[in-house]
Design a protein around this ligand. Structure first.
Ligand SMILES: NC(=O)c1ccc[n+]([C@@H]2O[C@H](COP(=O)([O-])OP(=O)(O)OC[C@H]3O[C@@H](n4cnc5c(N)ncnc54)[C@H](O)[C@@H]3O)[C@@H](O)[C@H]2O)c1
Length: 92
């Protein structure tokens, strides 16, 4: 059974403030890694969920660290523990 999580606004990630934690699924892939790079360039905090099935850690390695984290997991699995993974996420 899913437990209550704070509301998350899906939509335009570019509208987020610097404090907003943005979840990028598939963020280690071709398109996702460029989106992460763009968001990091704006100073945004980013959480990447990627199972690395086709994406590569090296695509985002240089972006990881303070304010940018990669969780290697399938999205469906990661979302099973909503509080743990989605805590603080304001944008998807
Ligand atoms: N240099 C280039 O021009 C270039 C390079 C790569 C890809 N492409 C093109 O880009 C398009 C594909 O790019 P893309 O970014 O959509 O694909 P992608 O495969 O690069 O990215 C998808 C990401 O989602 C991840 N993923 C898939 N299922 C997942 C799941 N269930 N849970 C978590 N993560 C999951 C993958 O590991 C991957 O990192 C294609 O048209 C491809 O031909 C072009």
């Amino acid at each position: 059974m899913l437990r209550q999580v704070p509301p998350i606004r899906a939509g335009n990630a570019m509208e987020s403030s610097a404090k907003t934690l943005t979840l990028v699924t598939g963020g280690a892939g071709f398109i996702g890694s460029h989106l992460v790079e763009y968001l990091r360039g704006l100073g945004r905090r980013v959480l990447i969920i990627d199972d690395l099935s086709t994406g590569r850690r090296r695509n985002v390695e240089h972006l990881l660290g303070d304010g940018c984290r990669l969780i290697q997991a399938r999205v469906s699995e990661a979302l099973r523990g909503p509080e743990a993974v989605l805590a603080g996420v304001g944008r998807v």
